[in-house]
Write a protein that binds this ligand. Structure first.
Ligand SMILES: NC(=O)C1=CN([C@@H]2O[C@H](COP(=O)(O)OP(=O)(O)OC[C@H]3O[C@@H](n4cnc5c(N)ncnc54)[C@H](O)[C@@H]3O)[C@@H](O)[C@H]2O)C=CC1
Ligand SMILES: CC(C)CC(=O)C(=O)O
Length: 364
C-alpha cells in the first residue's frame, strides 16, 4: 500500500521516527534528490490519523522538488511532519530527538520552519545537527523565512495582477486573505503599503485582530472568505482549498497566495483555467522562504537572497507565457518548467566523474 503510493510519484524515501520518551512521532519524506539535498520545512500538526500525516508529508515533499527546480535552486524536495499539537506537545527533548534523526540522514534532508514550528524549535534541532536552516540569526542564519516568503508572494501577486488586469499595481485592489499567520501578516503589510483593501479571516482570533488593527483589514468568517467580493483571493493557511465546493463561490479573478498544495486535485487547476481565473502556481509564488534558507547554505547574504526572491515576478510571468504557448493551465506550465530543468540536469550528468566511492579509487 505504502510502496504503491510512493511509486506513483516516484518518491525516494520515507522515514518514520519514533522516540517514546519525548513522544516524538515524525515522518520525513524525501521525494527527489536529482538536483541536490532535499530541503523542506517541518510541519507540526494535530493530524486526524497517521495516514493523513503520511499523505501530507509525501505531497508536501513532492511540491518541494518542483519548487526548488522551478526556482533554479540546486536542491531536491523533502518535507517532515511531526504528529502533535504545537501549542501543547513541544519540548527540548522532542526537537533534539528529531534533530538526531535528521543528522542520521547525513545531509540527504535539511529542515527548516513550516506551519506549527518556529525559529526556537530550529535552534533546538540545531543542537543535534547542522542540517537545519532558519535558525536564529545569531548562528549566521537568515532567521525565520516567513517575511521573505511574504515578499515573494507579493512580487508574484503583482505578476499575476499584470496578467489579469493589464497592470501590476495593487493599489485600490481588494484582496481576500485566508489565514493571517507568519507569512500573511507580512504580506498584508506590503499590500497595505501599496494601497490595497484587505479582507481577512483566520481560525485564530488574535491573528485576525492584529491584521484589523495594523492594516485596517475587514474581518469575515472562515467560510465567508471564498465568496466575498474581491479582485484577488490569497490562500495563506493550509492546502486543498481550491476544490469543488469553493470554486463556484469565488468572485476573484486571481488566485495568489502562500499556502502549499492549494489545488485539492489537478482537475481543480483545469477547472479554474477553464473559468478564466489567473492562478499563480503555489510552489512558484511561495518559493521566497526556500530561496532564503537555501542562501544560508552559501553563507547567508540577505541582499543576495532578496534579489533572487524578487525574480519570482519573472518566474510567474514565464509560467503564464508557457501556459499560453502550450495552451495548458498555469499549474501544468509550472510543472513543465520544473520537470524540464530536472531532466536537463540529469542529461548534463551523463559523463563519468570519478568520486571517492568508485571502484577505481580502491587502493589509493
Ligand atoms: N513560512 C514560510 O516561509 C512558508 C510557508 N508556506 C505555506 O504558507 C502557509 C502559511 O504558512 P505560515 O504563515 O508559516 O503558517 P502559520 O501557521 O503561521 O499561519 C497559518 C495561519 O492560518 C490559520 N488557519 C489555519 N487553518 C485555517 C482555516 N481553515 N481558515 C483560516 N485560517 C486558518 C492559522 O490560524 C494561522 O494563523 C502554509 O501552507 C505553509 O506551508 C509556504 C512556503 C514558505
Ligand atoms: C524553508 C521553508 C520556507 C521551505 C518550505 O518548507 C516551503 O517552502 O514550504
Amino acid at each position: 500500500m505504502i510502496f504503491e503510493q510512493l511509486e506513483k510519484c516516484d518518491y525516494e524515501q520515507l522515514i518514520f521516527c519514533q522516540d517514546k520518551n519525548s513522544g516524538l512521532k515524525a515522518i520525513i519524506a524525501i521525494h527527489d534528490t536529482t538536483l541536490g539535498p532535499a530541503l523542506g520545512g517541518t510541519r507540526m500538526w494535530t493530524y486526524e490519523n497517521e495516514q493523513q500525516a503520511i499523505i501530507d508529508a509525501i505531497r508536501l515533499s513532492r511540491a518541494m522538488t518542483y519548487k526548488a527546480a522551478a526556482s533554479g535552486l540546486n536542491l531536491g524536495g523533502g518535507k517532515a511532519v511531526i504528529i502533535g499539537d504545537p501549542n501543547k506537545d513541544k519540548s527540548e527533548e522532542l526537537f533534539r530527538a528529531f534533530g538526531r534523526y535528521i543528522q542520521g540522514l547525513n545531509g540527504r534532508y535539511i529542515t527548516a520552519e513550516d506551519v506549527g514550528t518556529n525559529e526556537a524549535d530550529m535552534d533546538l534541532i540545531h543542537q543535534e545537527t547542522a542540517f537545519v536552516t532558519g535558525v536564529s540569526p545569531a548562528f549566521g542564519s537568515g532567521g525565520n523565512p516567513s517575511p521573505v516568503t511574504a515578499y515573494g508572494v507579493y512580487r508574484g501577486m503583482k505578476a499575476a495582477a499584470l496578467e489579469a488586469f493589464g497592470s501590476d499595481s495593487l493599489q485600490g485592489k481588494t484582496i481576500a486573505v485566508q489565514g493571517v499567520g507568519n507569512v500573511a501578516y507580512h504580506l498584508c503589510g506590503y499590500l497595505h503599503e501599496e494601497g490595497a483593501n484587505l479582507i481577512v479571516t483566520d481560525i485564530n482570533p488574535a491573528h485576525v485582530e492584529r491584521a484589523v488593527e495594523k492594516y485596517g483589514a475587514q474581518a469575515v468568517g472562515i467560510d465567508e472568505i471564498y465568496s466575498v467580493n474581491c479582485d484577488i483571493f490569497s490562500p495563506c493557511a493550509l492546502g486543498g482549498v481550491i476544490n469543488d465546493e469553493t470554486i463556484p463561490q469565488l468572485k476573484a479573478k486571481v488566485i495568489a497566495g502562500s499556502a502549499n498544495n492549494q489545488l485539492q486535485e489537478n482537475r481543480h487547476g483545469d477547472k479554474i483555467a477553464e473559468l478564466g481565473l489567473v492562478y499563480a502556481p503555489d510552489y512558484v509564488i511561495n518559493a521566497g522562504g526556500l530561496i532564503n534558507v537555501a542562501d544560508e547554505l552559501l553563507g547567508y547574504n540577505r541582499e543576495r537572497a532578496m534579489k533572487k526572491v524578487e525574480t519570482i515576478y519573472d518566474t510567474i510571468h514565464r509560467v503564464f507565457k508557457i501556459a499560453k504557448r502550450d495552451q495548458i493551465p498555469s499549474y501544468l506550465a509550472a510543472d513543465r518548467l520544473a520537470e524540464e530543468r530536472i531532466a536537463s540536469v540529469k542529461r548534463s550528468r551523463n559523463t563519468f566523474l570519478l568520486n571517492e566511492r568508485h571502484l577505481l579509487n580502491r587502493g589509493r
